[in-house]
Design a protein around this ligand. Structure first.
Ligand code: COA
Ligand code: MG
Length: 292
């Protein structure tokens, strides 16, 4: 999933257009973009959209962002949407992998009740939104088998930290939030889950978004969340291997195929060894997934 677009689940207008945006995943939000008084109305709207689109073969993955586990809302969220069979749940404000485990158990029960195959509802988790979460990241190495991806957020974390900004004047993250981003990347890769970069909230600044997505892809993230439909194309482009990258990867793969007894080889004046082959294989796998 390269692009994951948030849709406030109580907005009929935004939901109706959601399938036309070419996001790889839609994140139907029941949390921060829906005020408490609207949550009860938003649940059946999210469920109806999922149920109506389930059989469309080309539709994006549909995940629901539930409320955090320390609220009285999240169980109502699950009860409201699970029968419609979302592809997964986005868990906000996770404090450690224990929260993912608690959600996984609740999903076990909800799936059994709804007659859904056990384990089919996947989990993505936001793992840097509360300060204590920054101190429990290694727990994700042992997380539930339902966990597919990890992502991060600066806004909620900064509210709790009392930081007056998360970015420098030139748009780069300040050190605490850069640390959160980098640790999310290390944690996801080490845990074998998809590393997904955070949202870019200055949504009219498409040049800034494109640059941030390019840097995220360069560093190893394989997707990024979006808040506005216009961001989707920039994100998809940044996380789709280019023709030049695919060409390079094919050359490396061929070089190793043709020289099965050499560990170190040379290509266009550069030394090539096993890490390059691993990178090449990753690029080819991502190109295949993206259909290029
Ligand atoms: N999903 C679906 N449609 C969206 C959308 C979204 N996330 N964001 C905007 N649109 C639609 C608008 O409804 C509008 O439709 P229209 O042309 O039929 O009027 C069109 O795209 C253009 O929107 P625009 O006027 O540029 O933005 P806006 O001022 O209406 O909305 C936001 C700006 C930020 C409020 C909106 O993008 C949004 O709700 N984003 C998601 C917020 C969210 O879920 N946050 C939680 C995660 S951080
Ligand atoms: Mg939030």
């Amino acid at each position: 999933m390269r692009s994951l677009l948030f849709i406030p689940a109580d907005s009929e207008k935004k939901i109706t257009k959601a399938l036309s945006f070419e996001a790889d995943c839609l994140l139907l939000d029941l949390e921060d973009s829906v005020v408490p008084a609207r949550k009860a109305a938003a649940r059946p709207m999210a469920a109806a959209f999922i149920a109506e689109t389930r059989d469309k073969s080309l539709r994006p993955k549909l995940f629901v962002r539930i409320n955090a586990l320390d609220t009285s809302e999240w169980e109502l969220d699950l009860a409201g949407v699970l029968g419609a069979r979302p592809d997964g749940i986005l868990l906000p404000k996770a404090r450690s992998a224990d929260d993912v485990g608690q959600l996984a158990v609740a999903l076990d029960h909800a799936e059994a009740k709804a007659g859904i195959a056990l384990g089919s509802t996947r989990i993505l988790a936001l793992i840097t939104e509360v300060p204590v979460a920054m101190l429990t990241l290694p727990t994700y190495l042992e997380a539930s088998a339902r966990l597919d991806g990890l992502t991060w957020g600066a806004e909620d974390l900064s509210a709790q930290m009392g930081s007056s900004a998360t970015r420098e004047a030139d748009g780069r993250f300040t050190p605490p939030y850069q640390l959160a981003r980098d640790m999310c990347l290390f944690t996801a890769v080490a845990a074998g889950r998809q590393p997904i970069d955070t949202v870019y909230v200055d949504f009219r600044n498409t040049a800034g978004l494109a640059e941030e997505a390019r840097i995220a892809a360069r560093d190893g993230f394989t997707g990024k969340m979006a808040i506005h439909p216009e961001q989707v194309a920039y994100i998809n482009a940044a996380f789709t291997p280019t023709t030049a990258e695919i060409g390079w990867a094919n050359d490396i793969a061929a070089l190793f195929r043709d020289n099965p007894n050499s560990g170190a080889l040379s290509l266009r004046g550069q030394m090539i060894d096993r890490p390059h082959l691993i990178r090449a294989e990753r690029i080819l796998a991502r190109a295949k997934l993206a259909g290029v």
